[in-house]
Ligand binder design. Structure first.
Ligand code: NAD
Ligand code: ZN
Ligand code: ZN
Length: 336
């Protein structure tokens, strides 16, 4: 099978011919139809984060395809089912987090395209207990970005507690941001979209953002405070500076939702303002299997729009560069 392989941090990915893997007892073999390119794959390739993957590895955690073979213990899915391979490849199922329905916090989790091979390949293995079930009415190409960008931002808006009278500031209108703003609108809120590129802001307006700020030209804090301050600020921009601006754009009692994972791991959080304004600072990591099913349902009902362009796996290196430059409206999806 054809696979894009990271052979060393920051080295061009290689397109290799790999043997098709055989599923273990709880696993399924998925023949890939589509796989989204998440900025996390770029962080994985560069070795940006404190916990690193071990090359060689196959990136990808927005994989969607059809089950071609099942392991001996598989009961939840069957051959021919369309499934999604998310970031959470597997978890223990028994720890306090798993039992509480927060498998995304499990300390024994594996991650697709990071600690185990992912979906930048014609075939991938997945744990049958953790795959998403793609409903009829959601195309594989659109299901792919929903599998990480969708579920992550849906969850972030959900736990931030967005209500209809709220103003939500979305920092970073990329793969994640273009969906975040739609979930905030579905929750009934008004949205102010912040990015450095006018093309991203035009997309945000098309998708329903009420206000936009180009942070390369205007101070987003000033603009958002003039609007009354944000009830929630969701930071999806790969920059500590954006986190600081997102914090400063909040109104009293507001919530900073931290989602992006820049290589530069430090931001300044002023103690006095956090205390006096009663600010909540919340980290949010992907979403659970239930969240993913809700995301698919919303899309099947026609309530979200996925913006994407398709690519062939062969162009993966150029595609990483294009995403880093911001030369992509929202998501690139490898079409198999
Ligand atoms: P992306 O590259 O598609 O989008 C990032 C956007 O931020 C771009 O539109 C860019 O122009 C904008 N931006 C950059 N600097 C900015 C600034 N200073 N102010 C405003 N906007 C700015 O990336 P993506 O795929 O949407 O991922 C975003 C981040 O989220 C990455 O760090 C990724 O690793 C992380 N992520 C986190 C989770 C999680 O569970 N917490 C899940 C998926 C991705
Ligand atoms: Zn992702
Ligand atoms: Zn667990």
């Amino acid at each position: 099978m054809r696979a894009a392989v990271v052979t060393g941090f920051g080295q061009p990915l290689e397109i290799q011919d790999r043997p098709v893997p055989t599923p273990g007892p709880h696993q399924v073999l998925v023949r890939m139809e589509a796989s989204g390119l998440c900025h996390t794959d770029i962080h994985a390739w560069r070795g940006d984060w404190p916990v690193k993957p071990t090359p060689p590895f196959i990136p990808g955690h927005e994989g969607v395809g059809l089950i071609e073979a099942v392991g001996s213990e598989v009961t939840r899915v069957a051959e021919g089912d369309r499934v999604a391979i998310p970031w959470l490849a597997t978890a223990c199922g028994t720890c306090e987090h798993c039992v509480a329905g927060w498998e995304t916090l499990c300390e024994s989790q594996e991650n697709s395209g990071y600690s185990v091979d992912g979906s930048y390949a014609e075939y991938a293995l997945a744990d049958s207990r953790y795959v998403g079930l793609v409903p009829d009415g959601v195309s594989p190409i659109e299901a792919a970005p929903l599998t990480c960008a969708g579920v992550t931002t849906y969850k972030a808006v959900k736990v931030a507690g967005t209500r209809p009278s709220d103003l939500v500031a979305v920092f970073g209108i990329g793969g994640l941001g273009h969906l975040a703003l739609q979930y905030a609108k579905i929750a009934g809120a008004s949205v102010v979209a912040v990015d450095l590129l006018d093309s991203k802001l035009a997309l945000a307006t098309r998708l329903g953002a009420d206000h936009t700020v180009n942070a390369a030209e205007q101070d987003p804090v000033e603009v958002i405070q003039d609007l009354g301050g944000a009830d929630q600020a969701v930071c999806l921009a790969v920059s500590p500076r954006a986190f600081e601006q997102a914090f400063a754009s909040l109104k009293r009692g507001g919530t900073l939702s931290m989602v992006a994972l820049p290589a530069d791991n430090d931001m300044t959080l002023p103690i006095f303002e956090t205390v006096l304004k009663g600010i909540t600072v919340q980290g949010s990591i992907v979403g659970t299997r239930n969240d993913l099913q809700e995301v698919f349902e919303l899309h099947a009902q026609g309530r979200t729009k996925v913006e994407y362009q398709t690519r062939d796996l062969a162009t993966v290196n150029e595609d990483f560069e294009a995403v880093e430059r911001g030369d992509v409206d929202a998501r690139l999806v490898f079409d198999f």
